[in-house]
Write a protein that binds this ligand. Structure first.
Ligand code: NAD
Ligand code: TYD
Length: 337
């Protein structure tokens, strides 16, 4: 399994995955199919775009003909589906594109897979499909799906479609459900890069509600190595939770960012809460650790410092990303919040 269709490989996690594979697995060949939405950016692939073992194809995973032709032309044997609309807040203001890409797009990939010699289909899913936790407990792979946002509902639907194609057509799949990622190349709509960018520019930090919502944070490189382990070692049909054993309240993360950047807490501004905001996510990643021997390699303090330094050192990347449409997005989301 070494000729891989990576979808969404110009986004945050996909581009980190492409970079990791090209540097650590020289026998792998990647075709990177990405629509280049607002979240996709060829600058995320700087230094690897023209690598001999990487071909970029601009296109939509909902375009079945293109998907089939790409698989045939490059004789691909593996699909890893990162492509998605990925931001909860955007799903609340407009869910339709989430159904199109996350559900219809996944279905299109599965239909293309059904009649071809695809050895493995990996669906990159999220812990958000399990819903929200109270102060105690963790998600295990058997936790019933109970998504709360249009984003997580669309990801849960995609997961179930993958399972249905496994059951009905024998598609050899795995599903990975990871907690919140952070690291280089993350679009500054998500908590950590948004707060870093605002703090760097002495802008208010918009904290939803009381700021005591809890997420489990995993450095993006560790998510990428987990997916690789699944590809290499997992039996078809298995689902794996992936997490950092690193629960943090949002305020704690924000205070770490402020302190590293030497900025005052007076930048913090509590704003109107997200509707339907999930209180807490926590992952039991014991299955992937014991069955596949994966474990996270980057501690949160190390990862957050590396991430902040990356944004400080990549002002050009950040400048391009926050120009134009981003300003309109920011104004519409936060203007009178
Ligand atoms: P992202 O928004 O940064 O990137 C998504 C990529 O998909 C972009 O490059 C975009 O251009 C591409 N894309 C969107 N629609 C497409 C379409 N119709 N056809 C082809 N390409 C399309 O997302 P991310 O944060 O890198 O997340 C990647 C995957 O990981 C998603 O499936 C997401 O649900 C999942 N995930 C993300 C996190 C996280 O913390 N970011 C955690 C767990 C799981
Ligand atoms: P986010 O990065 O959007 O990831 P998700 O909601 O998918 O977990 O948000 C992480 C947490 O940060 C979540 O509790 C919402 C909160 N948050 C804010 O308080 N302010 C913000 O501006 C953003 C984007 C998120």
């Amino acid at each position: 399994m070494s000729r891989i269709l990576v979808t969404g490989g110009a986004g945050f996690i996909g581009s980190n995955f492409v970079r990791m594979v090209l540097s650590e697995h020289p026998k792998a060949f990647i075709v990177n199919l990405d629509k280049l939405t607002y979240a996709g950016n060829l600058e995320n692939l700087a230094g690897v775009l023209d690598h001999d073992n990487h071909k970029f194809v601009r296109g939509d995973i909902c375009d079945g003909e293109l998907v089939e032709k790409t698989i045939d032309d490059y004789e691909l044997d593996t699909i890893i589906n990162f492509a998605a609309e990925s931001h909860v807040d955007r799903s609340i203001t407009g869910a339709k594109i989430f159904i199109e890409t996350n559900v219809t797009g996944t279905l299109t990939l599965l239909e293309a897979t059904r009649d071809k010699n695809i050895e493995r289909f990996i669906q990159v899913s999220t812990d958000e499909v399990y819903g929200s936790l109270g102060p105690e407990g963790v998600f295990i792979e058997e936790t019933p799906l109970s998504p709360n946002s249009p984003y997580s509902a669309s990801k849960a639907a995609a997961d179930m479609m993958v399972q249905a194609f496994g059951h009905t057509w024998g598609v050899k799949y795995n599903i990975t459900r990871c907690s919140n990622n952070y690291g280089p190349y993350q679009f500054p709509e998500k908590l950590i890069p948004l707060m870093i960018n605002n703090a760097m520019n002495d802008k208010d930090l918009p904290v939803y509600g009381d700021g005591l919502y809890v997420r489990d944070w995993l450095y993006v490189y560790d998510h990428c190595t987990a997916i690789w382990q699944v590809l290499e070692k997992a039996k078809p049909g298995e689902i794996y939770n992936i997490g950092g054993c690193n629960e943090k309240a949002n305020m704690k993360v924000i205070n770490l960012i402020l302190s590293r950047l030497g900025k005052p807490e007076t930048l913090i501004k509590h704003v109107k809460d997200r509707p339907g905001h999930d209180r807490r996510y926590a992952i039991d990643a014991g299955k992937i650790m014991s069955e596949l021997g994966w474990k996270p390699s980057v501690a949160f303090e190390e990862g957050i410092n590396a991430t902040i330094d990356w944004y400080l050192e990549n002002a050009d990347w950040l400048g391009h990303v926050v120009s134009g449409d981003y300003q309109n997005y920011y104004e519409s989301m936060y203007g009178d919040r």
